[in-house]
Write a protein that binds this ligand. Sequence first.
Ligand SMILES: Cc1cc2nc3c(=O)[nH]c(=O)nc-3n(C[C@H](O)[C@H](O)[C@H](O)COP(=O)(O)OP(=O)(O)OC[C@H]3O[C@@H](n4cnc5c(N)ncnc54)[C@H](O)[C@@H]3O)c2cc1C
Length: 295
Amino acid sequence: MNAAHGNNRLSLVFTPEHLGEALSLYARNPGAILYAGGTALLSKQSGRLPIFGAPLISLKRVEELGTIRRYENFIEFGAAVTLGEILRCRESRFLPPVFKTAVREVGTPAVRNTATIGGHLAVTERRLLLLPVLLILDAAVEIRSQTATRSGEIKRFLDEKNGFVLHPDEIITKIRIPTGRFNLWGFSALPGSVIRSQDFFMTCFVARKNRFLIEKINFAFNIDGRHILRIKQSEDRLIGKKFPLSAAEIREEMRFFTSRIDGEPAGLPLYKKDRIVNYFRLMLTQELTKSELIE
Ligand SMILES: Cc1cc2nc3c(=O)[nH]c(=O)nc-3n(C[C@H](O)[C@H](O)[C@H](O)COP(=O)(O)OP(=O)(O)OC[C@H]3O[C@@H](n4cnc5c(N)ncnc54)[C@H](O)[C@@H]3O)c2cc1C
């Protein structure tokens, strides 16, 4: 452990090297701030020297949070692995292409080389780019405190507004991304930053298609970095359908989908709803009619 002592402008900084040490420091210092890449934390600072007003626990040197392992059905990233490392690692060729495409869309190379996957998930002010992609891939997380471990699909840890919910002494430790489950995917984002733009729009889907039949499909929208929209009933209705759909089937699915997004998310202007509906139509009429792309 290493601590830089400070006055009331400088924070105490802990630099644990092992997870046990980080968890124990976090339990003993309620209100301490976990510092991973620091990109989100520093973007809230405007002065020449950052002022945090609480001790920092740096996760950069924690060995267990920097590992990348490939298992039979998933790749596991330690939470402090940077987005740049995800793209460059040996295991990246096994990652779902929709995930790699989304990672490449985050910020600039400099941001990606600093921002970590765990920090990306833990940002609560905005719904960032990778969250919907990890949701549709059924990715899982491991979260630890000094006394307990929780793990499971990411959706289990989100509140009703799709913000990640952590207990005060918990650290995200691992992110597991399933591999080989889907053979068709799509990703589309309007130009603009999920951070700065008030008019951000992104959508993604993954599907498993066996010849003409859709066996599984997940899709999600990120609207303005504020809402993540998933219409589970529409996903379920498409399972077992043969593509291309007939004109009557397209009409029926469009009618159902449109009825489901009426009033959701609340207060969304009509033109933004039109974008969602138009993308859903594009998915039904073009994206899902493509033949399989093997990952
Ligand atoms: C210039 C710029 C451009 C950007 N462009 C984009 C973009 O185009 N698309 C996009 O989606 N995002 C963008 N971002 C946001 C960026 O993706 C996030 O800031 C980044 O992913 C956060 O990761 P970090 O490691 O830097 O987190 P930090 O800033 O270190 O931490 C963020 C938050 O998470 C907490 N935290 C960190 N690690 C953990 C952990 N393991 N467990 C629990 N809590 C933790 C911290 O305490 C803090 O509250 C941009 C950011 C910048 C600065």
